[in-house]
Design a protein around this ligand. Structure first.
Ligand code: ADP
Ligand code: MG
Length: 356
């Protein structure tokens, strides 16, 4: 049995289906991220795990115990939200001690634990400050220390970094991964930011309209998205349609760029002759110089953007949909919108979605 098991969990608000039957198994010590657009049910699932939302159907189990109808305080989970919800009149140390006082830990044990938590999040020097005397990142560290102080086995985090600016967010991401590693606590983390999900998680569950559309490791999700929705949500911007043909040398896909000798979807399933196929290719796989085993695409340049480390071009191929390509900075400097260009896309760089 899994550490955290969710089966058939459903929740509706009137006519809105917030959760449409969720099945999810989380192993002990895992970092699992719920990733999806706003309104897809991520917070509702987290709140149901925490005991703040009662599901209409389904079962939640934690460490072999059915917790579906348990009160939040009997679940003993750590919670961290976007708004840190620190107690403004209490010092950093008092905030961290609070969950321990509720649990009636003896004084010396509380003092020792607070010191340990302050060291863990690097705030020993600020123990006496009030929350309003701290930066956003420091407040979030206090919230983390408070959520972990009583030693929960499971920490639920709902977009905890979304209020922070980019630089701080990236350093807090590393901080969270370190805390996860050092404490061994199981993390269920909610975000709508695909980069954050990819860089932090052991596994990602992509949410769509109250359902999990796909779950897997970041590498699996990045390399083998199962649906167009997942592909687009993970930042794949070149998706186009083709049709499978039974050629002399096996299956191939007819596209605007010609017949591509690809016989299987990226997940290994064989393609069916006559069926439509959705292909994708990442901008960074295009090359200006010819490469072996590649398809050449002739196009008009629509836009050239300098993005620091690379140049990004929007192309309009002859008879095809818009194509976004990217080259190391400098390589594409000479190109101007309106000019023609041929790019080379290696066959191995194409992904093919499994048939619906
Ligand atoms: N308390 C509530 N009352 C009515 N509708 C709600 C409530 N909570 C969530 N919803 C609806 O359920 C859906 C899922 O919401 P939520 O879980 O907050 O999504 P997410 O966290 O992915 O943005 C949304 O359509 C939202 O409007
Ligand atoms: Mg939410």
């Amino acid at each position: 049995m899994s550490f955290l098991g969710i089966s058939g969990l459903a929740k509706s608000y009137g006519t809105v289906t917030a959760l449409g039957g969720i099945d999810l198994a989380v192993e002990k010590g895992e970092f699992v991220t719920l990733l999806g657009p706003s309104g897809s049910g991520k917070t509702t699932l987290l709140m149901a795990i925490g005991g703040f939302v009662l599901a209409d159907r389904g079962v939640i189990s934690l460490m072999s115990r059915d917790i579906t109808r348990l009160d939040p305080e009997d679940r003993d989970l750590g919670l961290v939200f976007q708004g840190y919800a620190l107690f403004p009149h209490m010092s950093v140390a008092e905030n961290i001690a609070f969950p321990l006082e509720i649990r009636r830990w003896p004084r010396p044990r509380i003092a020792a634990r607070v010191e340990e938590m302050l060291a863990l999040v690097g705030l020993a020097a600020l123990a006496g400050r009030r929350p309003r005397e701290l930066s956003g990142g420091q407040q979030q560290r206090v919230a983390l220390a408070r959520a972990l102080s009583f030693g929960p086995e499971l920490l639920l985090l709902d977009e905890p970094l979304s209020a922070l600016d980019r630089t701080l967010r990236e350093s807090m991401q590393r901080e969270l991964k370190r805390l996860h590693r050092e404490t061994g606590v199981t993390f269920v983390y909610v975000t709508h930011d695909q980069e954050e999900a990819i860089s932090m998680s052991d596994r990602i569950a992509v949410f769509r309209q109250g359902r999990i559309e796909q779950i897997g490791t970041p590498r699996q999700m990045y390399g083998r998205p199962a649906t167009r929705f997942v592909a687009e949500f993970l930042g794949i911007n070149n998706l186009f349609e083709g049709r499978v043909e039974a050629g002399p040398g096996g299956r191939a896909i007819r596209t605007f760029a010609g017949l591509l000798p690809i016989g299987r979807a990226s997940d290994g399933t064989p393609l069916v002759a006559g069926a439509p196929a959705t292909l994708w290719v990442r901008p960074e796989h295009a090359s200006l110089a010819p490469v072996p085993e590649a398809v050449a695409v002739s196009a008009v340049i629509r836009d050239v953007a300098f993005l620091g480390a690379h140049d990004r071009l929007v192309l309009q191929p002859d008879g095809g949909p818009e194509l976004i390509v990217q080259f190391p900075a400098g390589e594409a400097e000479r190109f101007q919108p309106g000019a023609r260009l041929t790019v080379h896309l290696p066959l191995a760089a194409f992904g093919v979605l499994p048939s619906a």
